[in-house]
Ligand binder design. Structure first.
Ligand code: SF4
Ligand code: SF4
Length: 139
């Protein structure tokens, strides 16, 4: 049993808030890096030099996409959206059903202040939310 047993509504409005404007990490694993490198026609070493930074999380060194100087994601284009959409990292696919976002109703409502898709549109079942949150792509 969890507080979201009746399900939660979410449909993305494509506002771009979650990809822009504030410092943060977009975690990527080796497989995602390989896929993105292939998409961009780069070898992995070149891709890593250009698009990847190392950061510590939970006592481990991990890899994240770099941000632009204005803190937009490096793959976000204003007026276009995500330019690598079909190959976007797992954490981008699983938002907003992240463990820490669905932990409590307050966390969910809090996330809704930045994400206008939260609380509207398609109803996602509790089972779907649980499955997504259990493998959300975050360290
Ligand atoms: S903030 Fe929410 S509504 Fe806006 S683009 Fe991101 S997921 Fe979609
Ligand atoms: S990879 Fe795409 S969806 Fe993910 S943060 Fe960057 S622009 Fe947004």
């Amino acid at each position: 049993m969890s507080w979201y047993d009746p399900g939660l509504k979410f449909s993305c409005t494509n506002c771009g808030n979650c990809c822009t404007g504030s410092p943060g990490f977009t975690w990527v694993d080796d497989r995602e890096i390989a896929r993105l490198a292939e998409r961009l026609g780069l070898d992995e070493a070149a891709f890593r030099r250009r698009y990847i930074r190392e950061a510590w999380r939970g006592g481990e060194q991990r890899t994240s996409l770099v941000d632009k100087p204005n803190h937009d994601c490096v793959f976000y284009a204003r007026g276009v959206g995500c330019t690598v959409y079909d190959d976007r990292p797992k954490q981008c696919r699983t938002w907003p059903f992240w463990k820490r976002v669905v932990e409590t109703r307050e966390d969910w409502l809090d996330a809704g202040r930045e994400c206008p898709g939260i609380g509207r549109g398609r109803l996602h079942t509790a089972e779907e939310i649980r499955t997504t949150a259990s493998d959300d792509g975050l360290p």
